[in-house]
Design a binder for this molecule. Structure first.
Ligand code: GTP
Length: 597
């Protein structure tokens, strides 16, 4: 059948090991784009992706490759997101393929992310072709890394391909290996249509573009389709494949990966992992393993200038058009005014959205402490999920609070192991495994996500000078002795600073918060007490003493322009302040106060 000449594969790699560079090489080698079109990395198309050099959304490319056996093959490359926050999307991309290229930087070796993704691919019974990239580097040690792949991952690496995506070494060997070593897809032409919604994105000219993998049946232009999960129906206006340019087709057949356009309004209407079938003659069961991506980290975003609220709302609507995993809901805070409670897949996702809001929409924002989703068992038998510590019910009604835990893997040169263990221990971690590969250690911890959302990455990076790699998976919810800590400035609770903490850490956290606020809040004309409290009980306290002099005092008798300038300067500074009762708190104070050390 036709699909004997198809190979569907994804590329698994740790960040910076060369996935995008290699993908570009494969496209170039098979003639998908001219040299001029190649001048930019094509697969990473969003600005922020380019700037940070990370892949956020999966994309797909169809390559035509005339192999040594005389036949021309269609090689469908699915680019997978490289970051932990997007693990669910990775799993969908992998499910659309039969095999994977495992790219390992031959000068670095296996990293935490390589592991997490390769295990997912093995779970999907993928055939795996290991590629040792960057062999052009003097520091490359292909033999050592080959051994490491066998030891750590447990797959045969004797026929790993030595390559340099940068200088073009080994590209043909990789293409031949894809044809010879990866299995072709399978499917039934006669069966009712069954296709997987692998991904989707919003294009200003085309609307929502859906990426599909056809499992069974044939999809034709003009067909009426149904999404089983959302129950929505659409008429297919356009079909095709990416080379990476869009090439229109009349049909897509089993084993193929391509796009469809069907007047779908929003990306939120398309659920990654959903099953697409014909409205008239549907398949009997949806594809397995569909679950909508759930936000796990929440925080409040408020405009610094209350007049920007409508603009913020519009900007969030625009972002959501292209990112269904980002959620937002209006929220009002006594301290911060009107804003939004936003849900994210993880910390990187949060950072990306925040950055896009400020960069693309020019909005100045205050972000409250990121918080995880808590589950609460109430004394009356009710179950509550809590997205915002400010909404915490009365403690006497709560029987049990459960928090999400993660399974974390950290790989590091062994010199840094000591400080890493200490960090994980401080964050209530439970060590589950520790092993060595040469001079690198791999340590596994169970950690409460709550302890990771603040600044775990930053701390890990700084104590290991960037040499450690970190990856995690959400594991389960566990009961914990958690309490709500409130912060009071001049006896007024600042809701944006309240948080749920483990009882054992409340005092330390409270003390450090008060000390920081003391430095961050400017003096006023009166004395300002700062307190951290659990319920009515104060656990930490600091006081900002009153300011003695009027700032303009030294200008008395001086010239008027100078005085006006000084007042203007103060006014400009004030824009970034928020008023809490009688006290003004600068925006930086929030961000800084929420970082721990
Ligand atoms: P993410 O998109 O963040 O997951 O990274 P990536 O794995 O796609 O890595 P990318 O292709 O962006 O490459 C990272 C860096 O390594 C870039 O600076 C590349 O130029 C460089 N690089 C990639 N392949 C090679 C290679 O074979 N040799 C050398 N010397 N450098 C390479």
């Amino acid at each position: 059948h036709a699909f004997d000449k198809i190979r569907n594969f994804s590329i698994i790699a740790h960040i910076d090991h060369g996935k995008s560079t290699l993908a570009d090489r494969l496209i170039q080698f098979t003639g998908g784009l001219s040299d001029r079109e190649m001048s930019e990395q094509v697969l990473d198309s969003m600005d922020i992706e380019k700037e940070r050099g990370i892949t956020i959304k999966a994309q797909t490319v169809s390559l035509q490759y005339p192999a040594d056996d005389g036949e021309t093959y269609t090689l469908n490359l699915m680019d997978t997101p490289g970051h932990v926050d997007f693990a669910y999307e990775v799993s969908r991309s992998l499910a659309a393929c039969e095999g994977s290229l495992l790219i390992v930087d031959a000068s670095q070796g296996v990293e935490a992310q390589t592991l997490a993704n390769v295990y997912q691919a093995l779970d999907r019974d993928h055939e795996i072709v290991p590629v040792l990239n960057k062999i052009d580097l003097p520091a490359a040690e292909p033999d050592r890394v080959r051994e490491q792949i066998e030891d750590v991952i447990g797959i045969d690496a004797s026929d790993a391909i030595e390559a340099s995506a940068k200088s073009g070494i080994g590209i043909k060997d990789i293409l031949e290996a894809i044809v010879k070593r990866l299995p072709p897809p399978q499917g039934d032409f006669e069966a009712p249509l069954k296709a997987m919604l692998v991904d989707s994105y919003y294009d200003v000219y085309l609307g929502v573009v859906v990426i599909v993998r056809i499992m069974d049946g044939v999809l034709k232009k003009g067909d009426k389709i149904r999404m089983i999960g959302t129950k929505a129906t659409y008429d297919v206006d356009r079909l095709g494949t990416f080379t990476p340019k869009m090439i229109d087709r009349q049909t897509l057949e089993p084993g193929e990966i391509g796009f469809l356009i069907a007047s779908i309004k929003e990306v939120a209407d398309t659920r990654v992992g959903d099953t697409i079938t014909h409205e008239r003659k549907p398949c009997d069961a949806p594809l397995e393993g569909f679950r909508p991506a759930q936000p796990v980290v929440f925080c409040g975003l408020f405009p610094v200038d209350a007049n920007d609220f409508d603009e913020l709302r519009a900007a969030m609507g625009k972002l959501r058009l292209n990112d269904a995993s980002f959620s937002y809901e209006m929220e009002s805070s006594a301290a911060l005014g009107f804003g939004f409670r936003c849900g994210f897949l993880g910390l990187l996702h949060l950072e990306i959205i925040q950055e896009r809001l400020s960069r693309e929409f020019n909005l100045e924002l205050i972000a409250t402490a990121p918080s995880v989703v808590y589950e609460m068992g109430m004394n009356n038998g009710d179950e509550i999920t809590l997205h915002n510590p400010a909404d915490m019910p009365d403690v006497v009604k709560i029987k049990e609070i459960r928090e999400p835990w993660i399974k974390a893997s950290i790989m590091t040169p062994d010199d840094y192991l000591g400080p890493i263990l200490k960090l994980c221990q401080e964050r209530r971690g439970i060590q589950t495994d520790l092993s060595y590969v040469g001079s690198r250690a791999m340590v596994q911890y169970d950690l409460p996500l709550n302890e990771v959302v603040f600044d775990f990455y930053d701390r890990l990076k700084s104590i290991t000078q960037g040499y450690a790699s970190f990856d995690y998976q959400l594991a389960d919810y566990r009961a914990g002795d958690l309490v709500k800590m409130s912060v009071l400035v001049n006896d007024e609770p600042v809701d944006a600073l309240s948080m749920l903490v483990h009882r054992s850490q409340a005092e330390v956290r409270g003390r450090s918060m008060c000390e920081k606020l003391k430095d961050l809040i400017p003096r006023h004309m009166f004395k300002i007490p700062i307190q951290a409290a659990l319920g009515g009980r104060v656990i930490a306290r600091e006081t900002i003493s009153a300011m003695r002099k009027d700032v303009t005092a030294k200008c008395y008798g001086g010239d008027a322009t100078r005085k006006r300038k000084l007042l203007d300067k103060q006014k400009a500074g004030k824009k970034k302040m928020r008023q809490f009762g009688k006290v003004e708190i600068p925006q930086e104070a929030f961000i800084a106060a929420l970082k721990m050390d």
